[in-house]
Design a protein around this ligand. Structure first.
Ligand code: FES
Length: 103
């Protein structure tokens, strides 16, 4: 997909009420720290967002512009997101949002 964002990917971490109560701030902070440690800041940009519309299934994380959405994502999944998904091109199927879209 052609896009003009200044990064290869944005990782959008919901920090709205429900996801926050489920630990999304820790997810964001760990993700941000690891991207910095691994010198990947020019490629990947973690951002806090307010609600991805999947409240109660969180913490929820969306990868943009590709459109992958992960639910029940916690701190222990950060390394897999970086190593497997971002660097390896592998989907974390166990965390993938699976419900069908409304018609
Ligand atoms: S509070 Fe996170 S998706 Fe709504």
């Amino acid at each position: 997909m052609q896009h003009n964002i200044p990064y290869e990917k944005h990782i959008l971490v919901c920090i709205n009420e429900t996801c926050k109560m489920q630990g999304s701030e820790k997810v964001f902070e760990k993700l941000k720290a690891r991207i910095k440690e691994l010198n990947l800041k020019k490629k990947y940009r973690p951002s806090r967002v307010v609600c991805l519309g999947l409240c109660g299934k969180g913490p929820n994380v969306a990868i943009w512009p590709e459109g992958t959405v992960y639910c029940g994502f916690n701190e222990s999944n950060v390394e897999d997101l970086i190593q497997k998904h971002l660097l390896g091109g592998e989907t974390l199927t166990e965390l993938l949002y699976k419900e069908s879209k409304p018609s």
